[in-house]
Design a protein around this ligand. Structure first.
Ligand SMILES: Nc1ncnc2c1ncn2[C@@H]1O[C@H](COP(=O)(O)OP(=O)(O)OP(=O)(O)O)[C@@H](O)[C@H]1O
Ligand SMILES: [Mg+2]
Length: 348
């Protein structure tokens, strides 16, 4: 499979400023630190890691919703390869049709004063190229709305008339109306009722199949990630510490942080004891990360080497990389609970 997205040494720094009128810059926070990975066309890459690890910033930087500090993002669409980091404002606007983002909160992401039809049609109308007449716009809006499980009658209403799950369907229809190649889904189900979450995950999976979409799927919910993702990347303090096929990362993790994450995946049997491996210590200040390996202050296996030398990602088995000095030696526990669940991608 060819790569749709190739991210090379991408970094995003934010200035750390003092409070008050002058707001002096006193440091920098490295929210995304030298991250490289690629996503094949039609694939779903999961992105997991605790709050503040830089997942949203990485997703935004890929789409230039946030300006990257350095690095390269290449997107290979049918029309050729675009270097997203180098586009000027106008070219970026035109390129936006190739990549879209779906956000966590469908309440704040939809304009309350517009009808659903107008919300979904807006990207089509704003586009400078391939202008459509009103009839063609309506046709396209109806087509994508129906694919997202909305009916024609609902298009005349305003967002307030809809539940969270339906609002997320509207947001998805809007994101897909221009036929994007890549969709960054940032916690697309975490604000929804549990009963609705599975419907939205299934919808995203169906749309991927029928429209040939490629997803970067950001989530906290490790069971949802196992359900929809072909591969998973694990982030810690701005860096990808492990990346590989979902089943490898879940069952034979090679980074101690992944092991700790996986220990928190609950058993399908609610009476089974959950024994999350609690991470020792506090999360370090991202503006002042530890020397050497960033995870070492919370790692049960850390040695002196970890304090002095940052680990580089090594390929432990084909297409499975971990950035830990001891990745080859440690025998870490995976998410055994999910192996027994049976219906996930990881168990295929
Ligand atoms: N615009 C900004 N200005 C300054 N710092 C920021 C900005 N956006 C994010 N950060 C900081 O960058 C780091 C990464 O934040 P980010 O929102 O990407 O994390 P996340 O992994 O998406 O977290 P969550 O799981 O809570 O959504 C955090 O320390 C955050 O405080
Ligand atoms: Mg986030």
């Amino acid at each position: 499979m060819s790569d749709l997205l190739k991210v090379t040494n991408l970094s995003v720094h934010f200035p750390v400023r003092t409070r008050g009128v002058w707001r002096k810059t006193v440091g920098r926070l490295v929210a995304v630190d030298n991250v490289s990975f690629s996503i094949a066309r039609g694939e779903t890459l999961g992105l997991v890691g605790e709050s503040g690890s830089g997942k949203t910033t990485l997703g935004l930087a890929i789409l230039r919703g946030t300006q990257p500090t350095s690095g390269q993002v290449e997107l290979t669409a049918a029309t050729g390869t675009i270097d997203v980091t180098k586009l000027d404002k106008q070219a970026l606007r035109d390129a936006r049709q190739h990549f879209q983002m779906i956000f966590q909160d469908p309440y704040s992401s939809l304009n309350a004063r517009m009808t659903v039809r107008d919300i979904i049609a807006e990207p089509l109308i704003a586009r400078r190229t391939q202008k459509l007449d009103r009839k063609a716009i309506d046709q396209r809006v109806i087509e994508i709305a129906e694919q997202c499980g909305l009916n024609r009658e609902q298009l005349r209403r305003y967002p307030h008339a809809f539940s969270g799950g339906q609002r997320q369907r509207i947001a998805i229809a809007r994101a897909l109306v221009l036929h994007p190649d890549l969709v960054v889904c940032d916690e697309p189900t975490s604000s929804l009722d549990v009963s609705i979450q599975a419907q939205i995950l299934n919808l995203l999976a169906e749309l991927q199949e029928s429209l040939g979409l490629t997803y970067l799927f950001i989530a906290h919910d490790l069971a949802a990630v196992a359900y929809v993702c072909d591969r998973v990347a694990v982030m810690y303090l701005g860096q990808i510490v492990e990346i590989g096929a979902t089943r490898d990362v879940y069952f034979t993790p090679r980074h101690p942080y992944t092991e700790a994450l996986m220990s928190s995946v609950p058993e399908p049997d609610p009476s089974a004891p959950l024994q999350p491996m609690l991470l020792q210590g506090e999360r370090p200040d991202p503006a002042n990360p530890p020397s050497g390996c960033r995870f070492r202050t919370r790692c049960r296996y850390a040695t002196e080497l970890c304090a002095t030398t940052p680990p580089v990602p090594v390929e432990i088995e084909p297409n499975h990389f971990a950035a830990c000095h001891y990745a080859k030696e440690l025998s870490l526990k995976g998410a055994l609970a999910l192996r027994n669940a049976g219906q996930d991608k990881v168990a295929e």
